[in-house]
Design a protein. Structure first.
Length: 429
């Protein structure tokens, strides 16, 4: 059981990914070739993106990678507008934070890749958004309409019963889904939120009898001294407790225990040997939970003026924008036979395609986590003469995620897709 508990930790995400990177350095990975000499090019590219948008004097204003910015796409301060309305209605800072936690909670869990086709046309403005920002804005309007609340008199909250009563038809209505505007995994997203609703209700000691995500605020703060930082590990452990039972049943289980976004990886099995326990062959990621934790940390800082400790234990996020950055810039290349297999799977598509939980994508994600650590060190060294210090979450926001997206638009302007296609169900990334 101790090994299973280890796989749920942020420490395991980082440590296991380092093993995979070291294997790549020795030419022992099964799917990718690592071209370490290209890391210099990645460092210069990421720094150039950060400098363009935040230099020379605004590096301190870079927000951590999180959901808040996506709601404000198009330079419209949608979150601040909500906050001001809630304050006008008499909400204190804690209640404003609870409502933001409610909103961010469902919005992040709905955002596991929209595909290359789906768009959302914002009511009123008529502006069209897609991908993560589109899902953010769509989920915001769905939240404001009371779709996640079981109390008609209190629409702008989320609770377990409200999530439990969600339907695919309701989701499709608010997300403007139609045959000509499809989204990946509508059913799976709704089922995930329904499962989360049940888990929230099961954890009433944290989320109250109504299973409200926003009550995380009261649980995390407790009797803490307002002048002392709050522990990021507490937030992490709480999110794992409520989310691990909620993920789809086809996620990895060990001895009947669900371990979430964590998968068998052949290179780890090769390294561990044939007699090693199953737990030694698993690479954990917990990507969606990590992005949720980064996102939920922000309202505590901006609204309640609290600080966090141990936030640097969070890793880089193993998703297709960060992984695409290293692939598009030539740090990682698929082995010839693997590339041929992927092209065959994609049915004549110009890009290779692989299962989200298969060995190719799991190895790619593991290398991405470790390479983001490497890159953070290189970027930190790059900025050291200027006295600029960026956290991992800031580098993800202003550099790698944004840079990966811009490279996708440059190399694949029609779809802006990842350089490697991922066959998923809308609940993993």
């Amino acid at each position: 059981m101790a090994d299973i508990e280890y796989l749920k930790t942020l420490q395991a995400v980082r440590e296991r990914s380092r093993l995979v990177l070291e294997a790549a350095r020795q030419g022992k990975t099964n799917n990718f070739v690592f071209h370490e000499e290209r890391m210099k090019d990645v460092t210069e590219f990421v720094a150039s993106v950060i400098d363009r948008d935040f230099g020379p004097d605004n590096y301190n204003s870079i927000p951590p990678h999180g959901r808040w910015q996506h709601f404000d796409v198009g330079s419209v301060a949608r979150v601040d507008e909500l906050n001001q309305q809630w304050k006008h209605d008499g909400c204190d800072a804690k209640e404003v934070t609870r409502r933001l936690i409610d909103l961010f909670f469902v919005s992040v869990l709905l955002d596991a890749g929209a595909g290359d086709v789906w768009t959302f046309k914002e009511p009123g403005s008529g502006v069209v958004f897609n991908r993560s920002e589109g899902i953010a804005v769509a989920s915001l309007y769905m939240f404001k309409a009371g779709a996640f609340s079981s109390d008609p008199g209190y629409p702008t909250k989320v609770d377990g019963k409200g999530l439990g009563s969600l339907t695919v038809e309701s989701f499709e209505k608010y997300f403007q889904i139609a045959p000509e505007n499809p989204i990946i995994g509508a059913d799976a997203r709704v089922n995930l939120l329904k499962n989360v609703g049940a888990s929230l209700l099961d954890n009433s000691d944290i989320f109250g009898t109504d299973g409200r995500p926003g009550k995380l605020v009261d649980n995390i703060l407790g009797e803490t001294d307002p002048s002392e930082p709050i522990d990021y590990h507490t937030l992490w452990d709480t999110l794992q407790k409520v989310l691990l039972p909620s993920w789809p049943k086809d996620r990895t289980h060990i001895s009947g225990t669900p371990i979430g976004d964590a998968w068998p990886l052949k290179v780890l099995r090769d390294l561990a040997g044939s007699d090693a326990p199953e737990t030694a062959t698993i690479q954990p990621f917990h990507k969606l939970t990590q992005w949720l934790a980064y996102s939920l940390s922000v309202p505590f800082v901006r609204i309640l003026r609290r600080t966090w400790k141990n936030m640097d234990s969070g890793t880089g996020l193993p998703e297709y924008r960060n992984g695409g950055l290293f692939t598009d810039l030539g740090v990682l290349t698929l082995k010839e036979g693997v590339l041929a297999e992927g092209l065959e799977r994609s049915g004549g598509h110009e890009l290779p395609s692989f299962s989200a939980s298969g060995d190719v994508i799991v190895e790619w994600r593991a290398l991405t986590v470790a390479l983001l650590d490497e890159l953070h060190g290189l970027v930190s060294k790059h900025y050291e003469p200027r006295g600029v210090k960026l956290t991992m979450a800031q580098m993800l926001e202003a550099g790698t995620w944004k840079g990966g997206r811009e490279l996708a638009a440059k190399h694949r302007p029609k779809t802006k897709s990842s350089p490697i296609l991922i066959e998923g169900d809308g609940t993993l990334f």
